[in-house]
Each structure stands twice: as C-alpha cells, then as structure tokens.
Ligand binder design. Sequence first.
Ligand SMILES: NC(=O)c1ccc[n+]([C@@H]2O[C@H](COP(=O)([O-])OP(=O)(O)OC[C@H]3O[C@@H](n4cnc5c(N)ncnc54)[C@H](O)[C@@H]3O)[C@@H](O)[C@H]2O)c1
Ligand SMILES: [Zn+2]
Ligand SMILES: [Zn+2]
Length: 347
Amino acid sequence: MRAVVYHGPGKKSWDEVEDPAVQEDTDAVVRVDTVTICGTDLHILKGDVPAVTDGRVLGHEAVGTVTEVGSGVKNVLPGDRVLVSCISACGRCRFCRESRYGQCLGGGGWILGHRIDGTQAELVRVPFADNSTYPIPEQVTDEQVLMIADILPTGYEVGVLNGGVRPGDTVAVVGAGPIGLAAILTAKLFSPSQVIAIDLADSRLEAARRFGADLTVNNREPDPVARIHELTGGLGVDVAMEAVGVPDTFTLCTRLVRPGGRIANIGVHGTPATLDLQDLWIKDITITTGLVDTYSTPTLLRLLAAGQLDAARFVTHRFALDEMMAAYDTFARANETSALKVVLSRG
Ligand SMILES: NC(=O)c1ccc[n+]([C@@H]2O[C@H](COP(=O)([O-])OP(=O)(O)OC[C@H]3O[C@@H](n4cnc5c(N)ncnc54)[C@H](O)[C@@H]3O)[C@@H](O)[C@H]2O)c1
Ligand SMILES: [Zn+2]
Ligand SMILES: [Zn+2]
C-alpha cells in the first residue's frame, strides 16, 4: 500500500510500504476512505515529537471500512463503516475504566501516527478495535464524521466541558484555528450570552464569526485585555479557553477571566508559562488542562446524526488520497490558503 512516511525532521514521502495485518486478536484493519491532516502532524514534521521515529506512517484521524478483524473483536465486522478515533483505548486499565482514554495505561492513548503506524495510508491497523472505532450512522457523511476523530472532541472536552460553559456565560476563545473553532461551535450548544474570539490573523477571526463568535478581537490591538474588559462590563469573561499553546496566550487568558471564572487550557505547550499567582490567588480562578479523551464521541455522533452540529463547515480543501503531498503543502500554508481542514478521499 501507499502511506505518508516520516523520515526525520522536515522529511516525509508518499511511499510504498507493506500492508498492515491483524497482529493481536483485538485488532482490526481498516481501509481508509477519508483522512485528514492535523496541526500536530506539522509539529511532528518539525521534529517536536521525538517519540515519532524514521519510518513511522503519520496520521491519527480517519473514516474507513473494516477489512479484517481479530478473533476477539465483537463490535465491528468486515464491511462496517467506522470512525477511527485519534485516541485508542484498551478498555481495561484504571484510566479507561474512568473514561480517561487519553491516559490509557494498557497500550492505548494517542498511539496512531505516534507510537504505531497511523491513518495517512490506504490501510491502517487499529488496536483495541472494539473501544477505538465507532460505527457510523447512515445519515452522516464521511467528511462530517472525520471532524469527530480529533478536533471536535478536543474543543468540546478540553475546552467547553473542562471550562464548564453554562447558559448565559461570556466565553473568550484565544486562538481560532481548527481547535479554537471547534470550541466555539460546541460552546454554542450551551447558549452562552457572548463568545469572543481572539487571534492574530484576520482570516481566522472571520472564520470565528462564521462558526458563531459574536465578537472578535485582534491580539495585535494595542490593549486587547482592556478591550475585552470593556466588552464584559469591566469584569472579564466567565470562561477563557487557550487554543494556541504559547506562554503569552495562556497569560492573556489569566488576565481575561473574571473573579470566580475558569481557564481551560487546550494548547500543547513546549515551554514554561508564567502563572501570576501573586495576582490570581485572590480571584477564585479554576484552571484546567487536558489531553483529549474522546469520551464525548458517542454524544457528538448523535448530534451530527440529528443535524445539530455543522461539522462539514471545517472542510476548506479536498484532495484525492494519492495527492497527500499537495494536501500537506496547502495545510502547512494555512496563512495563504486559509485552510482549516483538508480532506483526502479514496476515489
Ligand atoms: N489538548 C489536546 O488534547 C489537544 C489536541 C489537539 C490539538 N491541541 C493543541 O491545540 C492548539 C490549537 O490547535 P490548532 O490545530 O487549532 O492550531 P493552529 O495553529 O491551526 O491555530 C492556532 C491559532 O492561534 C493563532 N495565534 C497564534 N499566536 C497567537 C497569539 N499570540 N494570539 C492570538 N492568537 C494566536 C493563530 O493565528 C492560529 O489561528 C495547538 O497547540 C494544538 O497542539 C491540543
Ligand atoms: Zn490531531
Ligand atoms: Zn486503557
């Protein structure tokens, strides 16, 4: 088969590699019908994720058709159309029993395109298939479901649910990439009174308005904090979500939040950020962090099937499966191409 193979920092190619096969009786092999690229794949290509080594097939999001299952797999059969989630779950360890699949101790967690070969390929081996794949309701399209492999559960679980968004809340989302936009879209499920998006790129702020933001603030403005306090009656927001992953935007969140408010960090941070406890100790702030667990996948699938979540709107560019290198190029130049999610489909 063909697959996107990582060959060290800055190097990837669409190579001919051996077809995957069932190795454990809990595995399934899935023919990839629709697949996408994540910002995390770009981090890997920069060399930021050393666990990914030369020869690894990239990708952790897909929709496909099961071709083969191990003897222990009960929930899916060859021929089934399934979502392959970015998080795999052994289903047995302490954390899986608490629905914290991201922290799985039994060999799951984020493994696809990281510790084992991933989904940017014609076929993918999915471990713990009963817990790591989801049969897809008929009325939803592959493209819609693909957005549930990573970005929607991340924005919803780590942003909206960790942030405890409630009806009437004012919500600030710092960073309006696919993850911040997913947080905006799913925050709206709780009827906040006001969603404010903050980004540096006007094109992303425009996207944020399309996804439901009521107000946008460019972080290049002279005093974005003052502006947001002005927009919230001088108090600050009830919930601030960090969806960038740099120290400055985390600090910004701590300045945007009202006393008693909540900060939900979603961004992946590579360097230390300052926590101004000398100012914050008195403000009754709650700060949460998290890796996506994908425990919300069944909920999100039901919302999709009921037409309550417009997931397809993330898709800005479409390619054939073998146009993988062109798709990477378009996605990596999001500033020029305005790409949010690029989707590759089997012809
Ligand atoms: N916690 C998790 O489980 C999880 C899962 C997936 C992704 N992530 C992380 O979420 C973050 C966002 O992911 P994404 O794919 O949307 O990334 P992205 O790079 O597409 O989007 C980031 C956005 O932040 C904006 N930005 C950059 N610097 C800024 C600043 N100083 N002020 C305001 N805006 C700024 C950019 O213009 C861009 O629109 C990343 O750190 C990613 O690694 C976390
Ligand atoms: Zn991802
Ligand atoms: Zn587990």
